[in-house]
Ligand binder design. Structure first.
Ligand SMILES: Cc1cc2nc3c(=O)[nH]c(=O)nc-3n(C[C@H](O)[C@H](O)[C@H](O)COP(=O)(O)O)c2cc1C
Length: 187
């Protein structure tokens, strides 16, 4: 249940406690599976250690200063690095990069081995940057806010780059896909 549902009623508070009942984890995940979401590889580096994972929970947070946010599971291998403060990049994938999305979500390919495929450069702050990503938001972790199973991680963006001419890779109904031709504005 959300923190809001448990928020204590306080005089003069603008917080309105709302309790819609407790959705099961399965119902929640089933609802989320109906969304089409962009896909990125979140990469982090601290000292000589690197890690990365596939994410779809990310979005723009602030334009000035430029900031993005991502929701990262506490069980992710990269989370301890993020929690300690690290360089971080959101490498947004293009339609032809589903294999990379699978690789960085794999339960059998872990840690540094994930970087064996693809051209990885080092970003301005030190995070791994995928050379042919659709676009990359490169920067460093600013805040890590506990939100349940995941934390909201805000990233101060210091550089934006991108190379791919393909459309964005999407994740919908449990699989990787792309925009329909008409939806790309190139009819
Ligand atoms: C399309 C897709 C989107 C994902 N989005 C997220 C996400 O937003 N946040 C997250 O913590 N894990 C997300 N995951 C799950 C992680 O990629 C996966 O659990 C990964 O194996 C974690 O890294 P680890 O194996 O090093 O712990 C996603 C997986 C896929 C396939």
């Amino acid at each position: 249940m959300s923190g809001l549902a448990h928020a204590p009623a306080r005089a003069g508070s603008t917080v309105v406690p709302v309790d819609f009942g407790h959705a099961s984890a399965e119902a929640f995940k089933d609802g989320m599976r109906r969304l089409a979401q962009p896909v990125a590889i979140a990469t982090v580096a601290r000292a000589k250690e690197r890690a990365g994972l596939t994410i779809s929970s990310f979005c723009s947070l602030s334009v000035d200063p430029p900031r993005v946010m991502a929701c990262i599971s506490h069980s992710a291998g990269a989370f301890p690095l993020i929690a300690r403060g690290a360089a971080m990049a959101i490498n947004v994938l293009a339609q032809g990069q589903a294999g990379m999305g699978q690789r960085f979500a794999s339960s059998s390919i872990k840690g540094e081995t994930r970087f064996d495929v693809g051209h990885w450069d080092t970003g301005v702050c030190g995070a791994p940057v995928l050379r042919d990503a659709l676009t990359v938001f490169d920067g460093r972790v600013r805040d890590v806010v506990d939100a349940g199973t995941h934390s909201i991680v805000t990233v101060d963006v210091v550089a934006v780059c991108g190379a791919a001419t393909d459309g964005p890779l999407l994740y919908a109904a449990g699989g990787f896909t792309g925009l329909a031709p008409g939806a790309q504005g190139d009819e």
